[in-house]
Design a protein around this ligand. Structure first.
Ligand SMILES: [Zn+2]
Length: 287
């Protein structure tokens, strides 16, 4: 297999998308179940959840130099931040993180989200690996991965949001879900702009990443101080000030096919940010 970041041959199992140090931090915390859209994968009886003693892994083909670069520029800087952040006990004290620590988290979450959804990802959990509907990116833009190989900053066309989530597990949610719609694809002259989003969680935290080239986002929960943005403008975050947010409170939805626009038309349309109050049909297709 070829490395997902460069033309070299992959070495061994490649890159652990969820790193081994994190899987080891969760040692003894199992059994673990794997959920898709909030529903656990089950055994043949269709009822009993499939459980694993260790946190199930995902890997992608990767060569040794790229693997070392990711370890240096992404894993090592984030380790102390994640260890202070994850609520391991009932007397957990939520920290305040610095702008540099927010940037380290953004890089790490982007790495996990982008590589877990990569078409070449291999999931240890055979139910996930066999599931043809498990969400994978249809196409991976070179700009999504280039920064990982070079150790540089991720593109500013990514936004990464973080929210606190109830540690006791999913609670019932009756309210409406607020949505921001993203166009699937916009052809601007001869540029093709694809939009994509992915959400995932780990103990007490939910992360959402959005690829929205050239079109700003007005996130209602960020405006309300209920979620914090890690990227593209990392800033200090006081996690004691963030409330728990239910995953169904808000979502990004990609849809509506392909739209052609001129450069001038795109420039004009993107003056209005993507938000929960705009009508996507009017915003993407005009009247
Ligand atoms: Zn490589």
């Amino acid at each position: 297999m070829t490395c997902v970041l460069c033309p070299n041959q992959s070495k061994g199992v490649g890159e652990h998308v969820w790193p081994l140090w994190l899987i080891q931090d969760f040692h003894g915390q199992g059994p673990f179940t794997t959920n898709k859209a909030g529903v656990a994968y089950t055994k043949r009886d269709g009822v009993t959840p499939v459980t694993a003693v260790a946190l199930p892994g995902v890997h992608v083909p990767m060569c040794e130099p790229c693997n070392s670069e990711l370890n240096r520029s992404i894993e090592e800087p984030v380790k102390p931040v994640i260890r202070a952040l994850l609520p391991w006990s009932s007397n957990h004290a939520w920290p305040t993180i610095t702008a540099d620590e927010a940037a380290a988290l953004a890089r790490w979450f982007l790495k996990i989200g982008l590589l877990a959804g990569h078409p070449d990802a291999v999931h240890d959990n055979p139910h996930v690996q066999r599931d043809e509907d498990f969400p994978r990116f249809e196409r991976v833009e070179p700009a999504w991965l280039d920064w990982m190989r070079t150790g540089s900053a991720p593109p500013a066309d990514f936004s990464v949001y973080i929210a606190k989530r109830d540690v006791m597990g999913e609670q019932h949610w009756e309210g409406d879900t607020q949505r921001i719609f993203l166009p699937t694809r916009i052809m601007v002259g001869d540029r093709e702009l694809g939009f994509a989003t992915r959400s995932f969680g780990l103990r007490g935290l939910d992360v959402t990443m959005v690829w929205h080239p050239g079109w700003p986002i007005l996130h209602p929960l960020e405006e309300a101080g209920r979620v914090a943005a890690l990227w593209p403008d990392p800033a200090p975050i006081d996690f004691t000030k963030l409330p728990d947010v239910h995953p169904r409170e808000f979502s990004f939805t990609v849809g509506f096919g392909t739209r052609m626009m001129s450069e001038a038309g795109f420039e004009a349309a993107t003056q209005e940010p993507l938000s929960v109050t705009t009508d996507p049909f009017v915003q993407f297709f005009g009247d």
